[in-house]
Design a protein around this ligand. Structure first.
Ligand code: FAD
Length: 494
């Protein structure tokens, strides 16, 4: 039934509201499908969809969002959605950076498909956001989807809420998002009997996915820190042994809970007394601790190995970190007790009885991980050419540079890389030579690891995909085309 039929004039409004407030990934997708089918709209994978949706939904709540998105879409960088209208993109991963990249590519007018191997957004962990990311998310209408978004002086959000916001924006802009689909590798173009060359395709699991037929000329890899697409190399930086613990407790949003102060990063060097007291009273020895409130009470801390051994969390000391933290060498109950005690002490025992929130495996949400080694990709992009069919591959987010969590660099640098990748795709679509595109991308990539809110351009309202709006004194020709020949790969990779 259509709204024009006049039988249920507000049905589209309530469907839109249900979409706006959906709290799970699958729910977002099904609410969105319901809305599209009610309005008789075909979800095209491109920005035209957004314009059609806008004209079909003349609803005050939607209009406030359209105003924001129209303002973004009208930016000169996107050339009214024509800049990349002939470009077809596949994005691996619906984490914050994959979805943020999808949104930019949609504004540029590209056909955008995202594949995500998981079916749920389950990460409760809370991320500290740089000022420009807060501004950026506000401009995308974050508050419309999540009313509590960075209220007052709050500058953090849980990963899952961030994903939900970005997923909703991406869908509204016409992006196709497929969950439960894993990227396994690339399928090379072939020449048929008439001499025609097919396009690049993806080997996907499940193989029955109709997406297996999708041909694309840009691949953006946003599969996180452990995902390295073929052809890319990573380099590692090893620091001193660093063991992190994250934990989440249920937040009932009671008055008492609201009043307990957050801890936005206390490091040992700044508060020796606190850490000494903690150690004396509980035997827990930490380098730092953070406590944020969102859907959950979230704590993240760096624990010293000797205290984990002493408290029986780690059973036996071992030289290599993998064996040290292997499940057989960790007493899970002792780990839960350690995390809870640290949380209680650092909040002065003011939080009412702490109850663990559950993770996607329905177990208490506590994780111990090693961040001794940080890795980053040597290059940000490469081009593959097979029988004349070219594919531009770019990395974004943790897949490009693994962040050092105590500095909260993940999403900040991740979004910068998403903008840089979108700029690269725009240059690719403008048909400048592939080597020029790659040389410029590598020139911009050189800046990324040094960026912090302090050394970026101050006017965050002016940030766009154009790197000169964000990085100070950037030289877009720092890397010459002669230095990127190895990033243009012909044929198969050996
Ligand atoms: P991810 O969030 O890892 O998303 C990758 C997605 O790709 C996943 O959904 C995965 O399922 C999917 N995927 C992987 N492989 C495939 C495949 N083959 N096919 C299909 N899908 C695939 N950052 C901050 O900005 N501030 C902080 O305060 C902060 N604190 C942190 C604290 C800790 C303890 C840790 C560990 C990290 C912290 N970070 C922080 C970093 C932040 O979490 C990451 O930078 C951010 O999540 C990266 O987003 P992403 O999209 O690049 O990757």
């Amino acid at each position: 039934m259509n709204q024009q039929d006049g039988e249920q004039p507000n049905q589209s409004h309530s469907l839109f509201d249900a979409f706006l407030h959906a709290k799970q990934c699958k729910e977002v997708l099904s609410r969105f499908e319901e809305l599209c089918s009610y309005l008789n709209l075909e979800h095209t994978g491109q920005i035209h969809f957004y314009h059609k949706l806008k004209s079909s939904l003349n609803y005050w709540s939607a209009k406030a969002l359209w105003t924001k998105l129209d303002k973004k879409a009208g930016h000169r960088d996107y050339d009214q959605g024509r800049a990349c209208s002939n470009t077809k993109c596949l994005i691996i991963g619906a984490g914050p950076c994959g979805l943020r990249s999808a949104i930019e590519l949609a504004f540029l007018g590209a056909h955008v498909v995202v594949v995500e191997k998981r079916e749920i957004f389950s990460r409760n962990n809370v991320l500290h956001l740089w000022p420009f990311t807060i501004q950026d998310l506000r401009a995308l209408g974050a508050k419309k989807f999540y009313g509590r978004f960075c209220t007052g002086s709050l500058d953090h959000i849980s990963i899952r809420q961030l994903q939900l916001i970005l997923l909703k924006v991406a869908l509204l802009l016409g992006v196709h998002v497929h969950i439960g689909v894993q990227f396994k590798g690339l399928i090379l173009p072939v020449v048929n009997s008439r001499g025609q060359v097919s396009g690049w395709r993806a080997d996907l699991q499940p193989g029955s996915s109709p997406l297996s037929q999708y041909e694309f000329d840009v691949l953006i890899s946003a599969g996180g820190g452990r995902f390295v697409p073929e052809g890319f190399k990573r380099k590692e930086t090893r620091g001193k042994l660093a063991i992190g613990i994250t934990t989440n407790f249920i937040n009932n949003h009671s008055r008492t809970e609201v009043e307990v102060a957050e801890i936005s990063g206390v490091a040992r060097i700044y508060n020796q007394k606190f850490f000494q007291n903690l150690c004396n009273k509980t035997g827990i020895d930490l380098e730092n601790i953070v406590y944020y409130k969102d859907d959950t009470h979230y704590f993240v801390m760096t624990a010293k190995k000797h205290s984990l051994l002493k408290k029986g969390v780690i059973l036996n000391d071992k030289l290599d970190i993998e064996s040290l933290l292997s499940p057989e060498n960790v007493n899970q109950q002792a780990l839960l007790a350690y995390a809870k005690e640290a949380a209680n002490f650092s909040t002065n025992y003011q939080l009412p009885t702490l109850q663990f929130a559950l993770n996607h495996r329905h177990r208490p949400d506590v994780d111990m991980f090693d961040f001794t080694c940080m890795s980053r990709a040597e290059n940000a992009a490469l081009v593959r050419d097979c029988n004349g069919a070219k594919l531009l591959i770019g990395l974004v987010g943790d897949c490009l540079v693994e962040p050092f969590w105590p500095l909260g660099t993940g999403v900040g640098r991740g979004f910068l890389a998403a903008f840089d990748a979108a700029w690269m795709v725009k240059r690719w679509a403008s048909e400048i030579s592939p080597l020029d595109v790659l040389a410029e991308r590598e020139s911009i990539y050189q800046q990324l690891s040094q960026t912090s809110p302090d050394n970026m351009n101050k006017n965050v309202n002016q940030y766009s995909i154009d790197p000169t709006t964000r990085y100070r004194n950037i030289n877009l020709q720092a890397i010459k085309t002669s230095q990127v020949h190895k990033l243009y790969i012909k044929g198969d990779i050996e």
